[in-house]
Design a protein around this ligand. Sequence first.
Ligand SMILES: Cc1cc2nc3c(=O)[nH]c(=O)nc-3n(C[C@H](O)[C@H](O)[C@H](O)COP(=O)(O)OP(=O)(O)OC[C@H]3O[C@@H](n4cnc5c(N)ncnc54)[C@H](O)[C@@H]3O)c2cc1C
Length: 421
Amino acid sequence: MVVNKSTYRVVVVGAGFGGFQAAQSLAVDKRLDITLVDRHGRHVFTPLIYQVATGILTPDYTIAQPESHLPERVRVLTATVERVDFDERQVISDQGTLPYDFLVLATGATPQIVNIPGARQHAMPMGTLSQAIALRQRLAECLIQAGPGSIPSVVIVGGGTTGAELSGALAEWARLLGKEMTIHLIHGGDEMLQEFAPRLGKAARSRLERIGVTTWMGTRVQEVTEHAVRISGDRLINADLVIWTAGTSAAVPELSAELGVGRQGRLQIRPTLQVRNRNLDQVYAIGDVSINDGSASGESANPPPAVAPTALQQGVVVARNIRRQISGKPLRSFSYLNKGRLAIVGGYLGVGKIAGISFSGILAWAMWLGVHWVYLPGLKNRWGALKAWWRTYGPGASRLPLEQILSGPPTSQPSKPSSKI
Ligand SMILES: Cc1cc2nc3c(=O)[nH]c(=O)nc-3n(C[C@H](O)[C@H](O)[C@H](O)COP(=O)(O)OP(=O)(O)OC[C@H]3O[C@@H](n4cnc5c(N)ncnc54)[C@H](O)[C@@H]3O)c2cc1C
């Protein structure tokens, strides 16, 4: 039940795609006192971080400060939410306690290296900006060392979008520097890029092989050691560096009541985006931290993919539903509008599926650049990305100098707390 008040406190946890969009959409309603909390106090444009790892973009072009894109009355707080107390309606963070009337959990997912012997000790995950920066450092070291007498071997695990884009960009980086590097891409499924038509996965794989990546389809990693990866058939691949791009798990803070969870530990939600527990009508969960696989409504449902457009669209709907709830109107169900998928495999080759039509080639590549450019928040970032892409793909192609990468900070610095509780 919603008590009639003149102001309602809305706490949005997570300034990723879902939370940032929710805060923007909620901000139009003057009845709402909004606080956006994020552990880093910034929005990271994740689809471009593999370009940070491969020396194309500097990290700052993938970051937006939420307060620059929100009205002043929306508070942005740099804090890690440690616990949510549903009984007291409080969010407990390392910077203090925030009471709420409505809560939006948009904490996303974190990369999860599966429980394969040695994988957690020896593989580097690739899912956050800090990990991309750390990886860039290691890759730059490998490239510096590469030479006729010593050819480094990099093994990339996971043939989804991140694995495919990363291996293409890495092979081109090595070739650009005239360095020898062995790159292996290992994928458990029959064909890479499974969200696309099999012929597109095949086209992407042929391209990767042409630029020097050895691909292993239908292959499982059985063990990772300091210098090798053991795969199905008990074969060993030498590895100076293993990059893990497969698998995530929901980043759920501690909760005072148990909520239903689905695959990857994602919180079960209703079609209205409220959490499954009927006593918690004021609590919503959106984006990668949530899932509606139908078990909340007793029907089977096909959950939307865990991608940025799902989180963005849910950010708009959650704001609409909170406002409807306050006004006593019935809530609307979320329905995912599939605008299509795009991926690139190095310069000038992309694959796409839009409105049911699958295509590949330079058009898909150009569309990928265009779509990411349009969605990248902030003029400074767009200008920076444009310059970096011209430098990478234009005449006289180059990347960031290795010396600059090696002398840079090992991880990205979190923003300073921008607001106090
Ligand atoms: C490497 C990589 C490449 C990708 N490429 C694509 C792509 O090309 N296209 C695409 O559509 N999707 C892509 N995705 C998926 C896409 O990034 C996610 O689906 C999307 O980010 C989900 O948005 P979200 O708002 O749920 O979570 P996120 O964007 O992950 O945001 C979650 C936010 O919550 C914050 N947070 C987490 N826990 C706490 C806490 N306890 N307290 C405070 N703050 C917290 C985090 O700091 C983060 O800012 C990619 C993902 C990865 C990892």
